[in-house]
Ligand binder design. Sequence first.
Ligand code: C2E
Ligand code: CA
Ligand code: CA
Ligand code: CA
Length: 279
Amino acid sequence: AKDAGKNNSQFFTYEMNRAVRRRVEIASQLRNAIRQGEFSVVYQPRMDLIRDQLVGVEALLRWNNAELGIVSPQEFIPVAEETGLIVPIGEWVLREACRQAVRLHQSSGCDVAVAVNISARQFRGTDIVKTVEDALAETGLASRLLELELTESVLMRDTARAAETLQRLVEVGVGVALDDFGTGYSSLGYLKRFPLDSLKVDRSFVADITRDPHDEAIVTTIVALAHGLGMRVVAEGVETREQLALLRRLQCDEVQGYLLGRPMSAEQLLALLLAAEPG
Ligand code: C2E
Ligand code: CA
Ligand code: CA
Ligand code: CA
């Protein structure tokens, strides 16, 4: 039986392709990452185009592992989702972001909302409302300073239950944004059933917006739709002044992207806020 096990593991060692082995390695390292303090959260500014000021930040997870080095969230988040590890990891991010938002608020006096990405597994498989309430209670963050970012696929699976959960989150007082809008399998009809504060236009529509009239038409339509339903529009992935000028003309409410600021540590963010303080 011992030999069979060994053969088995040899079979896997030799036969699994590289991509699969990489995922297995990531999954195995992810298991201890919280305990070993390997995660950190960085914050990317979001600017309001009317007030011309920073109104919020998006919390983005970073992972630095002793063996794998820095692994991109595009690579490890899907593995965390498949393995279910996204549940404890997502709760850690939520708490860390709330804790740092409280400190930021106290040190700068600025009302900066923090947006946290919530994956499908957290939204459907756990009591997300209770998790959010607990994080707010434990850290003392005002609910109006917390936003959750959900993707279309999260809401589309069981729309009746999703609408009910969103309603309870609204009652808690947190904001909800629909992330990567336009890339999922959305039917527009469901939008009116969900109490959403904003739509985040996926950066694939922003990338070529100044060159591709189709992208401009899509963003124009998303803005009209969102405003018609009483929601704000946030454009993601803004990298150039030309994109910014066009998005302003198309009446986007807020923008986020490398032009306005890269994701940064809580310390850097505080320095930025203090420097921007008038007087
Ligand atoms: P996302 O939620 O769409 O986050 C925006 C991503 O775009 C971030 O990548 C950000 O660094 C990047 N970005 C921002 N501005 C620009 C720009 O101007 N140009 C370009 N090319 N990229 C820009 P990041 O941090 O690598 O995260 C990738 C994805 O991983 C996120 O996409 C999100 O889906 C997921 N993710 C990150 N942190 C978390 C988390 O704490 N929980 C969950 N569930 N997912 C997370
Ligand atoms: Ca997001
Ligand atoms: Ca996004
Ligand atoms: Ca994305």
